[in-house]
Design a protein around this ligand. Structure first.
Ligand SMILES: Cc1cc2nc3c(=O)[nH]c(=O)nc-3n(C[C@H](O)[C@H](O)[C@H](O)COP(=O)(O)OP(=O)(O)OC[C@H]3O[C@@H](n4cnc5c(N)ncnc54)[C@H](O)[C@@H]3O)c2cc1C
Ligand SMILES: NC(=O)c1ccc[n+]([C@@H]2O[C@H](COP(=O)([O-])OP(=O)(O)OC[C@H]3O[C@@H](n4cnc5c(N)ncnc54)[C@H](OP(=O)(O)O)[C@@H]3O)[C@@H](O)[C@H]2O)c1
Length: 369
């Protein structure tokens, strides 16, 4: 259990909320290195737990059993063990099985049989929404048995222990949206945004060490870091570490966000590092500051010649952040750079990036989610 010792917004003026958290691990025996992540076990919103218990007509003190514990109260299980802020197919199927025959049951059965439809249906509804639309009766144990367990959430650590002994820093985008006129939060980010009181709240954490996403042991090696959005997190740790170890290798950071004015995370720190020579190059892509979107991969391409020079000179290439779109686009940009500036055929460029750089030389490293 670790105390949150500071929490503040780093996206003032934006409609996205991204926060910096500092968690104390002093005296815990926990250790970490740049590139590691912090695992966090979140708790459901107590109001949502209350509402769910009320909706089902349960008593919070009812004893139930779970796979992990022989006996606990319904309230404890709903607070700490099971997901109720989102629903699942198993839950919907159990509700449908309890519904009386009729049009609604037929409709929902059809939705359940169609993967796309069921994903769409469940994307906007949590357990309460489904029960509001389809009131059915459950026994407490029956209800618990159709819920999914809460899984821990991982966050890339944005500090180096050399710069912040006894502390873990995190850079976290809060997931929030509104469905059916109710404000919703992601489980872990909602917990952090709404339930944390600085210097009072303790949260259950662990360190998830990385084997691959590490700073080169040879401190003379150059590094290129691509970290849009919260993907910036590990690179703050990398630069702090390289500064503390007086590494002679050059550092080049690519950062992207929506607006320079409101979401240039840690701008003062980067500016100081640039002034003092701890950061050699800083290239930004603020996607919505002009009519056409500019992303980090566009900046990579326009700096392709120089990137190729760095890579040919043994530089390491790191990517952190969105897996679904950004990491794929950055990957394609790298292949383009190898083609154009390495004068390679498409197949050779792909082989160089996918095999040589990534697998043989371990110089292309990713922490994407
Ligand atoms: C190795 C690793 C490192 C990571 N590092 C970081 C980091 O440094 N910083 C960071 O912020 N995150 C990071 N993440 C992501 C983080 O672990 C969580 O996934 C994230 O914070 C969301 O968790 P949550 O519990 O708040 O949201 P959840 O409760 O898991 O909810 C997220 C889900 O909400 C749903 N959702 C989102 N928007 C909407 C909408 N508009 N309508 C309906 N549904 C919606 C989506 O289905 C989405 O999957 C990392 C992940 C990994 C695996
Ligand atoms: N599991 C979850 O619920 C969850 C929660 C939080 C974060 N995440 C993951 O973490 C990622 C980071 O989130 P974030 O809020 O820090 O930032 P983000 O959404 O990744 O946005 C950062 C910047 O990247 C831009 N971008 C969008 N598409 C891109 C692309 N294909 N290539 C390059 N850049 C692109 C965005 O521009 P525009 O927005 O202007 O297009 C924005 O300027 C998310 O994308 C998501 O994958 C997941």
């Amino acid at each position: 259990m670790a105390t949150v010792v500071d929490a503040y917004c780093i996206s003032e003026g934006s409609n996205k909320e991204t926060n910096h958290y500092i968690v104390s691990i002093r005296g815990s025996g926990l250790r970490y290195k740049p590139g590691d992540s912090l695992g966090f076990y979140p708790t459901n919103n107590p109001e949502l737990v209350k509402e769910t218990i009320r909706k089902l007509g349960f008593n919070k003190k009812t004893i139930i059993k779970t796979k992990d514990v022989a006996e606990t109260t319904l309230e404890e299980a709903l607070l700490h063990r099971f997901t109720i802020h989102r629903s699942g197919k198993k839950f919907l199927a159990a509700v449908v099985a309890k519904m009386g025959n009729g049009k609604e049951k037929k409709n929902l059965t059809e939705i359940l049989d169609d993967r796309e439809k069921v994903d769409k249906y469940l994307f906007t509804r949590d357990c309460i929404d489904i029960l509001n639309e389809n009131p059915v009766h459950f026994k407490p144990q029956e209800f618990i048995d159709i819920l999914s367990p809460i899984t821990p959430r991982l966050y890339s650590i944005s500090s180096s222990p050399k710069a912040h002994p006894g502390e873990v820093h995190l850079t976290i985008a809060i997931v929030k949206y509104n469905n059916f006129d109710r404000d919703r939060f992601g489980l872990a980010t909602g917990h952090l945004a709404n339930m944390v009181k600085v210097n009072k709240t303790k949260i259950p954490i662990y360190i998830q060490p990385t084997k691959e996403f590490i700073i080169p042991k040879d401190t003379s090696k150059d590094i290129i870091m691509v970290g849009p959005g919260t993907g910036i997190a590990p690179f703050r740790a990398f630069i702090e570490h390289r500064k503390s170890t007086a590494s002679s290798g050059r550092n080049w950071l690519f950062f992207g966000e929506v607006h320079e004015e409101s979401t240039f995370f840690y701008k003062e720190e980067w500016t100081d590092y640039m002034k003092n020579g701890h950061l050699d190059k800083l290239t930004t892509a603020f996607s919505r500051d002009q009519e056409n979107k500019i992303y980090v991969q566009h900046r990579l391409l326009s700096n392709g010649k120089e990137i190729w020079k760095w890579l040919s000179n043994g530089a390491y290439f790191y990517v952190c952040g969105d897996k679904q779109y950004m990491a794929k686009d950055v990957h394609s940009a790298l292949i383009e750079i190898a083609k154009e500036h390495g004068k390679m055929k498409k197949k050779d460029a792909e082989n160089y990036i996918n095999q040589t750089l990534m697998k043989d030389e371990h110089r292309y490293l990713r922490d994407v989610y």
